[in-house]
Design a protein around this ligand. Structure first.
Ligand code: PEP
Ligand code: MN
Length: 356
């Protein structure tokens, strides 16, 4: 398949782009595939070409990667198109091979971040190495494992570490392959503000339909970059075919994206935001006072129930409270799911205080 001529390079000053952009196929499949995608992506002007050489697949029998041979193809792409290349490592041996072949960035995949022994082994193999290392979130929603993996690399002296949000495996099936659980990367950033955080919409979505929406959301939340799976012929990809896009579609996605800056120098913006933030602070104080008043009322109800030998949890009453909450949410134009979650928390607090 011949690649199309690209009219836009994302490094053109007229174009506002995410600070870090990585793209490339899920897996390296052949030298031709790597060279073809490297040519297209080098014209677009990305920072790193990604390609998996060793693929930790959930199911045996799926394509598990081409192995060391693929590292040579990445080296050829580096040489021919002056593009930096990145691959996933899961063992000390992978690190050794990848470094031996001059790979520019290594990443620890979601199925490896879950295992502190594996992460420690990789960290030790990286001792004294100065290339950037990216750590994907673990497959399970455990922020401690993610932070812990970053700390293991920091302890070994790695200077440039990037965190990558690729979503979490939850049992309930949704339209997305991996639940984003945005609160986890937000908390990660709060705990580790100096570690750049990028988003991997391909592994969150598992399909092409929501890639733009998830990429835009990441930009709106101030993520510092994106990694997307891009293949010259996505439908024929040997792994993750449903979520890969062509270089042309990738460029279109980037062009439609609205990037956000962390702050603005505009005087009106700054005075207005200060005013609105003060308003939010006052609302938060009132909210906490109201929550405390609600807990106190629940405590009195608890005492009354105790004196009269009545069970704390009353199914009918809870249904009534929930119905009221949904009606109010609808009247106030609030998201029903959000309102119910909030009331679930309030109800748990009430039950706890009554239990005491
Ligand atoms: C990948 O990037 O191709 C990959 C296997 O990702 P993850 O570790 O996020 O599943
Ligand atoms: Mn993949």
């Amino acid at each position: 398949m011949k690649t199309e001529p690209y009219l836009v390079n994302i490094n053109d000053p007229l174009f506002s782009r995410p600070p870090l952009v990585m793209a490339g196929p899920c897996s390296a499949e052949s030298e031709i595939q790597i060279m073809e995608v490297a040519e297209s992506l080098s014209k677009i002007g990305i920072d790193y070409l990604r390609a998996g050489i060793w693929k930790p697949r959930t199911h045996p029998g799926n394509f598990e990667g081409i192995g060391v041979e693929g590292l040579k193809w990445l080296q050829s792409a580096q040489k021919q198109f002056g593009i930096k290349v990145a691959t996933e490592v899961a063992t000390a041996k992978h690190v050794e091979e990848a470094l031996h072949h001059g790979i520019d960035l290594l990443w620890i995949g979601a199925r490896t971040t879950v295992n502190p022994f594996a992460v420690q082994e990789i960290a030790e193999a990286l001792s004294g190495v100065s290339i950037p290392i990216m750590v994907k979130n673990p497959v399970n929603p455990d922020i401690g494992l993610w932070v812990g993996a970053v700390k293991r690399l920091q302890n070994i002296g790695i200077k440039t570490i990037i965190a990558c949000h690729r979503g979490f495996n939850v049992y309930q099936k949704t339209l997305l392959r991996n639940a984003p659980l945005w609160e986890i990367p937000i908390e990660f950033k709060r705990l580790m503000p100096d570690i750049p955080l990028i988003c991997d919409p391909s592994h969150i979505c598992g399909n092409r339909d929501s890639l733009f929406q998830i990429s835009q959301k990441a930009m709106d939340l101030g993520y510092e970059g994106l990694i997307l799976e891009v293949h010259p012929n996505p439908d024929l990809a040997w792994s993750d075919a449903a979520q890969q896009i062509t270089p042309q579609n990738f460029l279109e996605l980037l062009l439609c994206l609205k990037t956000r800056k962390p702050s603005s120098d505009d005087r009106y913006y700054n005075s207005r935001i200060q005013f609105l933030r003060e308003e939010i602070n006052e609302i938060d104080t009132r909210l906490m006072e109201l929550v405390a008043a609600r807990v106190e009322a629940a405590r009195k109800i608890g005492l009354l129930k105790k004196e009269n030998g009545v069970a704390f949890y009353q199914h009918n009453r809870w249904s009534e409270v929930l119905e009221h909450c949904k009606e109010s949410a609808a009247k106030l134009n609030l998201n029903e799911h959000f309102a119910v979650e909030l009331f679930n928390l309030l109800h748990l607090a009430a039950l706890d205080i009554q239990g005491e």
